[in-house]
Design a protein around this ligand. Sequence first.
Ligand code: AMP
Length: 481
Amino acid sequence: MHEKCGVVGVSLEDRDAARPLYYSLYALQHRGQESAGIVTHDGFQQHSHVEMGLVGDAFEQSDLEQLNGSQGIGHVRYPTAGSVNACCAQPFSVSFKSGSLGLSHNGNLVNADEVGDQLADLGHAFTSDGDTEVIAHDLARNLLEEDLVRAVKRTMSRIHGSYSLTIMHDDTVLGVRDPEGNRPLCIGELEDGYVLASESAAIDTLDGELIRDVRPGELVVLHADGTGYDTYQLVQPENTAHCFFEHVYFARPDSVIDEQLVYEVRRDLGRALWDESGIDSDVVMPVPDSGRAFASGYAEAANEDADADGVEFAEGLMKNRYVGRTFIMPTQDERERAVRLKLNPIKSTVEGKTVTLIDDSIVRGTTSNQLVELLYDAGAEEVHVRIGAPPIVAPCYMGIDMASREELIAADQSVADIRDEIGADSLAYLSIDAIAGALSKSKADLCLGCVTGEYPYDIDGEAKDREVDRPAIGTAASADD
Ligand code: AMP
């Protein structure tokens, strides 16, 4: 199960947590549109409301009113193609002998089946096939024997993979980030409490201050009276495995991850793209909205380059904001139709011009393929495509619903083949080194599985790689290749 989600948790002094949680989920809506949920605790009992759909549709005023209590957690869940599944909506909640638990999970465990089987042998009954329920049961079991911190530590030693969690044990809200720090999680301060969230944009929405990222392997326990928090470094990681794709595509540009504003990282990647594979053209235009920051960095670097002719930055493609993400479309035909519905060129910015089209990534190739054709139809003389990430050659097992190997255009094709398939005059991707450079991280501290095919986790049938030197993959094809 690939769960690419948003999580949040708040503990306030004496205000109800439901509204701040609801606003935070709105801020994290880009991380998941399939379902939304909130669980609160009023000091005596848990209250829960979990629904399929967008945050705005999932909650009525009356739902928020019944979510009593100053402590709570929330979740938005990413849709996985074809499996709209109400049983996996979160937060997951469970009552057991020594209290109640609520869990919100972003990430994906690699040994959930194994741990689940062991728990089932011990008599635990599961209501879903989700790995979040496995974590909840393991933790509930440990809590019967140990205090909260030790129980979490024991669960962390059993589960492997990617998890940023917000947990509610009775009225105590916790945040946990896996030892590799694969998915983001940060902590912020409000006027009257504390908040844990997948992204700092959620903290901004509540007029709070970002304190810092939760460290890989760290547990943060918010005081139940909203006045502070304690932290425990439960596992000391040797290497991290931060997902670079968070910075490239998934996170909001206005979020700060690892002390770097995502927007600036994307602009730096755009600048690096110019340095690595810049090509003179009349206009540079982004695929909205995913390519915007990359294109602005690229155009800026082009215009600073004394050896280049100078370029016009144009918003040459208009986006219809009412069309959902193309990824949700189950068939290729519908995906192609959706791109056409979603984007339309502004003819005057394109006609008779050489155009460089910039996006963050190519997954199946649908978007680039359609847009190159659209730009030619609108009168472009040449279309060059520049991509702010390396070729995606392998699936993501760690939470991004990225498509299977068979669907990935770069899984078994050279850059020249892909250029031909999308019909561009030239195509270039960004190198892995440029990604590591912009993130100021060693490659050994990043999860690069989708661009190397080698994963920092044990995944059945896949290669494991924890070495610093990763193989170089070709990233560019000009018209003459
Ligand atoms: P494709 O059209 O299949 O090549 O997908 C590439 C487009 O989808 C780009 O515009 C990306 O910004 C966007 N994209 C990349 N990864 C994802 C993802 N996991 N979910 C939804 N959209 C994505």
